[in-house]
Write a protein that binds this ligand. Structure first.
Ligand code: SAM
Length: 292
């Protein structure tokens, strides 16, 4: 009987057997601690009716525990060198599908319909490749996929940004985008030593639970996100200055922007970092019927 994959002994054995070398450029830091995996599993609330999407299974450390508890597991792994390893480590499980694809290019909606159609709920559970945490999460959230929640490990600094509230250093357009679609909870801080090789930064497991309706009502989502990003282009500058730059190519003049801010109830000398999601929604909804 083999040990769990998420142990130094088994991981070393697999590395040797397959002559595998880690690629830093792919964010390959594999978990070698079963406690951390158990905490991730518990936070995800998986049942035997769940369909789980994993991003970056690596050698299968988390995948094997998902396979034991979920109805089905669908994992996207970009590194072709890991396919024979996963075929080996996942051979005891008949409910795991590995797709050798870049998650940023994959058609996740069709994959859910094809592989997880008989599951009662869809969950994402992953130890993410840190270099693309933001595009992965925003890419999935923006597609309004039928995903109930995401329990994901990421670099701590990014996790802090997802959960940040206004007027804090970490608050920005990423906090707003994620909080537009989900409620954010920090699950646990994870030290470097539980990975092989250890990353340069501490990590955080975060749980995102998809809201039935977006957190605020906006008539034009694209405009809302344009305004939230535009407010933080120069963090130290006022909302007035940031929006004068944002709209410098259109017909909007200073007086128009001042009138719009006034109608939206926003003082022009405030900074973007002090604005709540509700206030950005006011701005977006007033700009639509004001001038574009
Ligand atoms: N789940 C494994 C574990 O915890 O031991 C590995 C996690 S490791 C932090 C990230 C994994 O994501 C690696 O296996 C890497 O090859 C994979 N990966 C990197 N970029 C990817 C992409 N664009 N699409 C899918 N997988 C990717």
């Amino acid at each position: 009987e083999y040990k769990e994959i998420a142990t130094p002994a088994r991981t070393n054995m697999l590395l040797e057997k397959y002559g595998f070398s880690f690629k830093k450029s792919l964010g390959q830091n594999f978990l070698i601690d079963t406690n951390v995996i158990n905490n991730i599993i518990t936070a995800s609330g998986i049942t035997e009716k769940s369909g789980v999407i994993e991003i970056g299974p690596g050698m299968g450390s988390l995948t094997e525990q998902l396979a034991k508890r979920a109805k089905k597991v669908l994992a996207f792994e970009i590194d072709q060198r890991l396919m024979p390893v996963l075929e080996d480590t996942m051979s005891p499980y008949n409910n795991v599908t590995i797709i050798n694809e870049d998650i940023l290019k994959a058609d996740v909606r069709t994959a859910i319909e094809t592989h997880l159609n008989d599951c009662e709920e869809i969950l994402v559970v992953a130890n993410l490749p840190y270099y693309i945490t933001t595009p992965i999460l925003l890419g999935l959230l923006e597609k309004h996929l039928p995903i109930k929640s995401y329990v994901v490990m990421m670099q701590k600094e990014v996790g802090d940004r997802l959960s940040a509230v206004p007027s804090t250093k970490s608050y920005g357009s990423l906090s707003i985008a994620v909080q537009y679609y989900t409620t954010v909870e920090k699950v646990m801080v994870v030290p470097k030593g539980v990975f092989m090789p250890p990353p340069n930064v501490d990590s955080l497991v975060v749980k995102l639970t998809t809201l039935a309706e977006p957190a605020v009502n906006v008539t034009d989502e694209k405009l809302f996100f344009k305004l939230t990003r535009g407010a933080f282009v120069q963090r130290r500058k006022t909302i007035l200055n940031n929006y004068m730059s944002l709209f410098k190519d259109s017909k909007e003049h200073k007086e128009d922007i001042l009138a719009w801010l006034d109608q939206s109830g926003i003082q022009p000398n405030r900074r973007g970092e002090s604005l709540s999601l509700d206030e950005f929604a006011e701005l977006a909804n007033h700009l639509t019927d004001f001038k574009q």
